[in-house]
Design a protein. Sequence first.
Length: 329
Amino acid sequence: MHEGRLVRCGGWEKSYLEKKDLSFDIHFFDESLTPENREKASEYDVVSVFVESSVTEKVLKDFEGRMVACRSTGFDHVDTDYAASEGIAVCNVPKYGDSTVAEHTFGLILTLNRKINKAIEKVEDGDFSNEGLRGYDLAGKKLGVVGTGSIGKKVIDIANGFDMQVIASDPYPDREAASEKDFMYVSRKDLVKKADIVTLHCPLTDETKHLLSKEEFDLMDDTVLVNTARGKLIDTEALIEGLDDGGVRCAGLDVLEAEGYVEDDVEALSLEDQKDMEVVLEDHLLIDRDDVVVTPHNGFNSVEAMQRIADGTIENIEKGKNIVNRPGK
Ligand code: NAI
């Protein structure tokens, strides 16, 4: 039996890992892990996946006692409870991309606030006038950070550099960080009401699904919204309404609610639930809007972060580190 396997790991990642002196064999696959190709994984002790692999109970059947090594911080794409019940350890790579994702967050904020995408398009069309390109300063504006973990804290550091005021919400507030970095914790309701810009940095769980829905968008007023965390944190239908009625001025999204289906018509057609199909259509509506910018889940994608992911994954596999569930069998 092979001891290690990285699934859907091509290009740069593959050549980087091939140069490493590893204590286990490693086999590379181009596709994501699915119920259809799960048989290929059956002979390996470890399967390593990225976020587009949906690692459900169906996929994990007969995987008892092995390991799923996520090459990501988020592990909402893995059924960790089922894995634990089958003695399957699931590990992640925390903290590989705090600055990386925080920088991308500000990339989106600046794109929206200074209309950088529109300015570039204009010049490419030979139009050098700045009509329609007036933006907004960040200095003095109030940034609302939802989730003050590793990435949220980096976002706050950058916001301080821009002379912004910061408010934050988190069920587990870090009071020391609040005093060190000069920000204030408020309720989520107050945050969405008071912030000029709201940015999401919490994990997707059963509790945080649709964390921003009609109720929150109704409290916003000309607010800029940025999401580099997970698409399902936002109720897409409610966001479209918010954009239409002016509660939300504009949105910058690195992640979409129907991610994995929006970009692939064949995948989308495989959806059985009418509601899921509707979300795919709503995501398309968002992408086509002038007041929304979308990047393709690219927040993590820097040279340095990719190296940290690869190195962190190897360490997890070799030393059994960063297990996020309690494998019991
Ligand atoms: P972290 O675990 O360090 O911090 C998450 C914070 O969210 C914690 O402080 C937690 O208490 C807080 N939280 C939990 N529930 C909350 C709620 N209901 N309201 C407000 N805060 C809540 O995680 P980290 O490293 O900061 O990453 C955050 C998320 O960013 C990940 O879970 C992942 O989904 C996403 N991510 C996205 C990437 C991208 O490429 N776009 C790359 C890496 C992470």
